[in-house]
Design a protein around this ligand. Structure first.
Ligand SMILES: [Zn+2]
Length: 253
C-alpha cells in the first residue's frame, strides 16, 4: 500500500525525524530527494511512496543530519539512491520525458509572466498535496493561454496504455487571473487536475463516472466548464498581468 505524503511524514517523525513538518512527492528526472524550508520540508521522488522500513530509516538519518554531512549520512544517501524501485522509476521518468518531447515537439508557449507561472505552480503543488495526496506528477507542464475565448481550460492527454500515459499539459485561460474569478479559477484548476488524475489512472478523458469520482474526492463541481460565471477581459488585445494573491495557507509556505 503506497504511503500518502502525510503517512510518510508521520512514519519518519515516529522514527525520530521530528524536525520534518511535511513531505512532498515529486517526479523529477534527476533529484531523488531534497530538504527545503530549513529542513522542515522533505521532498522525495514519488517512487518512495512505497519505501520499505529500511529506506525510511535511511531518510531519518539524512533528515536528522540535515543532509549528507558524515559517513553515516553518506551511507544513508547511497542506500536511498540504490533502492531498486527508485532506479527503475528514474529510468521510466527519463524515458517518458524523452518520448514526450518526441511526440509533442516543442511545448506550446505560455503567455503568462514568470510571476503568474509561479502562482499557478504554487496552487498546483498545494492542491496536489492537500487534495490528491501527492498522486499527480509534480512536473506536469502548466500553461496560461490568452487565445482561449469561452473555454476555461483543458488537460492534454498523451501516450497510451502500452507505452505509458502521461499528461502533456494543463492549460488555463489567462482571464481566470482577473479579479472576481477566484472561485472559478480554483474550480477550473481542480477540474483539470481531476482530468489528469483520471486519465493517468483509468485512461478516460471525459466527464464520466471515473472523473466524477475524482471531482467528488477533490471537491470541484462535477460538471463541465460551460456557462460558468467568469469575467473575461473586454479588449481581447489587452495583456493580463495580474497575479492574484495566494490563498492564506500558501502564503505561509
Ligand atoms: Zn472537463
Amino acid at each position: 500500500m503506497a504511503l500518502t505524503s502525510i503517512d510518510f511524514a508521520q512514519e519518519i517523525r515516529r522514527r525520530g525525524a521530528v524536525g520534518v513538518h511535511s513531505v512532498t512527492f515529486r517526479d523529477n528526472r534527476s533529484t531523488l530527494w531534497s530538504l527545503t524550508q530549513g529542513g522542515a520540508v522533505l521532498n522525495v521522488h514519488r517512487a518512495y511512496r512505497n519505501a520499505p522500513p529500511d529506506v525510511l530509516d535511511a531518510f531519518v538519518v539524512l533528515v536528522t543530519q540535515g543532509g549528507v554531512r558524515s559517513a553515516a549520512s553518506r551511507r544513508a544517501a547511497d542506500h536511498v539512491r540504490e533502492w531498486p524501485p527508485v532506479l527503475e522509476a528514474m529510468k521510466e521518468t527519463r524515458r517518458r520525458h524523452a518520448q514526450g518531447s518526441r511526440v509533442l515537439g516543442r511545448p506550446r508557449a505560455c503567455c503568462g509572466t514568470k510571476a503568474q507561472q509561479a502562482y499557478v505552480r504554487a496552487l498546483f503543488r498545494y492542491f496536489n498535496e492537500t487534495r490528491f495526496a501527492g498522486s499527480l506528477p509534480d512536473d506536469i507542464p502548466l500553461r496560461l493561454s490568452r487565445r482561449m475565448k469561452s473555454a476555461l481550460g483543458h488537460m492534454r492527454p498523451a501516450g497510451d496504455g502500452n507505452a505509458g500515459r502521461f499528461v502533456a499539459e494543463i492549460a488555463l485561460n489567462i482571464d481566470l487571473l482577473l479579479p472576481g474569478n477566484a472561485a472559478e479559477r480554483i474550480d477550473t484548476l481542480l477540474h483539470e487536475m481531476a482530468h489528469a488524475a483520471d486519465y493517468l489512472e483509468s485512461g478516460h478523458r471525459g466527464h464520466g463516472s471515473s472523473w466524477r469520482r475524482w471531482a467528488q474526492i477533490v471537491g470541484c463541481r462535477p460538471t463541465t466548464l460551460y456557462d460558468r460565471p467568469v469575467r473575461f477581459r473586454k479588449d481581447r488585445r489587452a495583456i493580463v498581468e495580474r497575479v492574484p494573491p495566494l490563498p492564506e495557507p500558501l502564503q505561509a509556505l
